[in-house]
Write a protein that binds this ligand. Structure first.
Ligand code: FPP
Length: 237
């Protein structure tokens, strides 16, 4: 029988929308639309997974600006539409939305929606969904280093106070626990600059399933695998 590991925070690298579109003979943007629909389904299914209190989704990396202008603006538009259409779903399901990433370069329209939905969902929540948008793990650590340097410069912190906890406290969302399980869809075996600090002891699960096809059964499979992992955090039993 499967052993139970605590699963509080699930993080997912949403990958394979483009290949899904190719497989179905439709334009890339249709793959992203199908990916956004899958995001909605997963958010709605969260109720079936009571231990999961945090879900982080890697929706747009700092490197994704290198895609064609057409694809980038389609992704931004999809994000705005998602926030417009599904804010009620988040509220109904007692889900708080957080955004992780840089505001710079983001279209004003998206920033406005992101601010509205994060404000509207900031109270009476049971779960937290985090969209990593214009996010890069190296950027997040760089920003933490800058914040610490500023504190040292102004005298509110000493150099000898720098330790792992202080760095963690200066990340984008210091109150969010580290992911227990990191899933990447579409068969790529990479981390791609996602949550570099936070995944030190996360369990990794890679599947060939393309993101738009990653349904509840696929998630249950990932959790089954996770439950059979021997988490030692560098120690010994
Ligand atoms: C990776 O697939 C996926 C992305 C870069 C975008 C993810 C975006 C969504 C799922 C839709 C909008 C998101 C939200 C949160 C509403 P890819 O294009 O790299 O796929 P490929 O490797 O097969 O080309």
């Amino acid at each position: 029988m499967a052993k139970k590991n605590e699963l509080t925070h699930l993080a997912i690298i949403l990958d394979g929308n483009g290949r899904w579109a190719e497989k179905h003979g439709v334009p890339r943007v249709e793959g992203h639309k199908a990916g956004a629909e899958r995001v909605l389904k997963l958010v709605e299914d969260l109720n079936c997974f009571p231990t999961i209190k945090y879900l982080t989704l890697y929706a747009f990396s700092t490197e994704n600006w290198n895609r064609s202008e057409e694809e980038v603006s389609a992704l931004m538009e999809l994000l705005c539409t998602f926030l417009d259409q599904h804010c009620e779903t988040l509220i109904r399901n007692k889900i708080r939305l957080l955004i992780s990433g840089k505001r710079e370069k983001m279209p004003e329209k998206c920033l406005k929606r992101m601010d509205q939905v994060t404000a509207l969902t900031s109270e009476n929540y049971e779960k937290t969904v985090i969209f990593a948008i214009n996010y890069g793990g190296r950027q997040e650590i760089t920003d933490a280093v800058r914040k610490i340097a500023e504190k040292i410069q102004t005298g509110s912190m000493g150099i000898d106070e720098i330790n792992e906890s202080k760095i963690a406290e200066n990340l984008y969302h210091p109150d969010v626990p580290d992911p227990d399980l990191l899933v990447r869809t579409s068969g790529e075996l990479r981390i791609s600059n996602f949550l570099l600090w936070q995944i030190s002891y996360s369990e990794l699960y890679f599947t060939d399933v393309l993101w738009p096809d990653f349904d509840k059964m696929q998630l249950e499979k990932a959790i089954y695998s996770y439950n059979n992992r021997d988490r030692r955090f560098g120690g010994r039993k």
